[in-house]
Write a protein that binds this ligand. Structure first.
Ligand code: ADP
Ligand code: MG
Length: 634
């Protein structure tokens, strides 16, 4: 077995492991089932990639995000490591083909999105793959009690039967103790081996402000703290508004959300990463997979809906270890909304059935058909035509998804595909008279087996690499070939896809496991409550609140969050206390004083300290204060 340090150096060029990476890798190499909790950007991928390289055989990686999965595959290939991916939108034939190629090549990594874990196909091909490790990325998705439950994750356990003795490595950035426990149970861990990186971020100062004008506060913050900044808000519309208001103040800012086309998103993201844009105002669609070390502030203009998300998003500040700020702004309405959210997020069974029926009608799916089909689903058009509320629709679809009726999320999209539509003779003719397109044709044929006869998913990026051209040029050539009717080229779809897991049935026959549904709702309310508590807490160290939420009670008070600073400011020595005690009593011995004057006369003493003593005297019934602020002896 190759030494893990030399593998790290040889393929990644790194000299040393980060904290915990080596422990996790060694546990995996010993064949232990392992759960690794490390923050986003902490380096989880290496924890399965290195041991897989150290051993004979292939690592099966289960990952929910197609875009990230494709990045990983490309990164590995660039290092000369063979890797493939199987995801939603691929035809069964394509999947089989990928399995075959993976078994016949020296493939080291096979990435699979969970909804493709069809037991029958996997049963057939798994034994031939020589799997040495199963890595489950974003493992919290397996828990119903977590904040991002994805039912297809539950299919992973069935794999274990086919792979006796193969260790499982589950990875996640954040999971409460209950979810950690659930992950180990659902993945049928034979042993409990949990590695948890501390949730302590000693260079990150958390604070919370109740404000009247959020925009004024944001301006104040980005003026006060120089350097790169992220401002998160809930609505897409607001990202643009806030960004424009910042620009009016001559602050370099841009906005970002999932409603923008991919190219524009890339451009905005790139400009921010390279510090051409200073402040990016965005929804939580921003940040996934981004690893920018020098972010100085992360401001939340709205309260996120759970501490998991808050911790992840706030944690994008200060990766380089320098002092950074995570600031959360709120007003009463935010808290009100959080309290009402459960009702919105969990529609009634009747509402769910109504949405099912409307969507099926909209897509014109005849009863008894549709299983295994993809449908373009333009949700805004649907909402307009059927006059449904967007919340009810979205969360009804989510409920249907969690019960395995449909699959609908931003991850399900179809990649570009190509099939040749001419015979070999006419193709030959065409190539002779169109030398400029010859190389593109040759590469399509060489890179994609079967493309001559069947619609095959392609990647313009891969072709561009092979042709040493840029992606735009490749797209242009493909469009041209399409126009000449040499190929049929279907560019990647930007419209979300709705996938039917079962044939359409009558709405009243749609069933939902209500006990589990209600338990999820309860858990949701609990998470919401803890978020509100975090916002309202005025004494406990914020790092400690977050740590203990994730089951880490060992964190020391950070000393730099707003609560710690408040405590520090108000901390009195015994001597200070006694001194203040007597001074105040003496001052009001003969006359009552207004608190304002009292504080004035105590000049040089911090207000917080004076207040602490005043409160003490009140509690001890030594003094009294009327509602206008006058203090007198009792
Ligand atoms: P995660 O999945 O935990 O969010 P990644 O696996 O994507 O994090 O890694 C984040 C970044 O850290 C990557 O750019 C990776 O190359 C880098 N990285 C990981 N391990 C090391 C290491 N030991 N030394 C230096 N850089 C590392
Ligand atoms: Mg990752």
């Amino acid at each position: 077995m190759a030494d893990i340090h030399s593998i790290l150096k040889r393929y990644w060029g790194f000299d040393s492991f980060r904290p915990l990476q080596e422990d996790i890798i060694n546990a995996v190499l010993k064949g232990r089932d392992t759960l690794a909790l490390m923050p986003t950007g902490g380096g989880k991928s290496l924890c399965y990639q290195v041991p897989a390289m150290a051993r004979e055989g292939l690592c099966l990686v289960i990952s929910p995000l197609i875009a990230l999965m494709k990045d990983q595959v490309e990164n590995l290939r660039r290092k000369g490591i063979t890797a493939f991916a199987i995801y939603s939108g691929m035809s069964r034939k394509e999947v089989i083909n990928t399995f075959k190629v993976a078994s016949d090549s020296n493939c080291k990594f096979l990435y699979v999105s969970p909804e493709r874990l069809e037991t029958s196909l996997f049963k057939e091909y798994l034994p031939g793959l020589g799997i040495n490790l199963v890595a489950v990325d974003e493992a919290h998705c397996i828990s119903q009690w977590g904040y991002d439950f994805r039912p297809p994750y539950l299919r992973i356990a069935a794999l274990r039967e086919e792979l006796p003795g193969v260790p499982v490595l589950a990875l996640t950035a954040s999971a409460t103790p209950a979810v950690q426990h659930d992950i180990c149970e659902k993945l049928e861990f034979r042993n409990d081996e949990i590695f948890r990186q501390s949730f302590e971020r000693s260079n990150l100062s958390y604070s919370v402000f109740k404000v009247d004008s959020k925009i004024n506060k944001i301006i104040e913050i980005v003026r006060k703290v120089p350097g790169s900044s992220i401002v998160y808000c809930k609505s897409r519309k607001r990202t643009k508004e806030i960004s424009e208001l910042l620009q009016l103040q001559k602050i370099s800012a841009d906005y970002y959300h999932a409603g923008l086309v991919q190219e524009e998103r890339n451009k905005k993201q790139e400009a921010w990463i390279s510090n051409k844009t200073r402040v990016i105002v965005c929804t939580n669609a921003f940040g996934m997979g981004i690893d920018k070390p020098d972010v100085r502030t992360v401001v939340h203009a709205d309260v996120p809906d759970c501490l998991e998300n808050y911790y992840q998003e706030a944690g994008r500040a200060g990766r380089d270890g320098k002092t950074s700020y995570a600031v959360l702004l709120y007003d009463e309405r935010d808290l009100q909304e959080l309290q009402e959210m459960a009702a919105l997020r969990f529609p009634s069974l009747e509402e769910i059935r109504n949405i099912y029926q409307s969507v099926a009608n909209y897509l014109q799916i005849p009863t008894g058909t549709g299983e295994g089909q993809y449908y373009d689903f333009d949700i805004s058009d649907f909402l307009k035509k059927f006059n449904c509320s967007s919340h009810t629709t979205l969360y009804s679809l989510k409920a249907l998804e969690q019960e395995d009726w449909i699959s609908f999320n931003e991850q399900v999209f179809l990649p570009s595909s190509v099939v040749f539509t001419v015979n070999k003779d006419s193709l030959y003719e065409f190539e002779r008279s169109n030398a400029g397109l010859d190389s593109c044709i040759k590469i399509l044929l060489r890179a994609y087996e079967g493309i001559f006869d069947q619609q095959t998913f392609i990647s313009e990026k891969v072709i561009a690499g092979l042709m040493k051209q840029d992606v735009e040029e490749v797209k242009k050539q493909l469009i041209e070939l399409h126009r000449f009717r040499i190929i049929e080229y279907k560019p990647q779809k930007d419209t979300p896809q709705l996938y039917l897991l079962r044939n359409r049935i009558k709405a009243e026959d749609i069933s939902i496991n209500m006990a589990a549904y209600n338990k999820r709702k309860e858990q949701f309310q609990q998470r919401m409550k803890q978020m509100v508590e975090y916002v309202k807490e005025e004494a406990e160290c914020r790092s400690r609140i977050i740590g203990s939420y994730f089951g880490d009670d060992s964190i020391r008070a950070c000393g730099i969050c707003d609560n710690c600073l408040r405590q520090k400011a108000a901390k009195l020595t015994r001597e200070e206390f006694e001194n203040l005690y007597h001074r105040i009593i003496n001052m009001i011995k003969f006359e009552s004083l207004h608190t304002k004057d009292l504080l004035l006369k105590l000049n040089g003493i911090k207000k917080e300290k004076a207040w602490k003593v005043i409160e003490f005297l009140q509690a001890e019934n030594k003094i009294e204060m009327d509602k206008n602020g006058w203090v007198r002896l009792k």
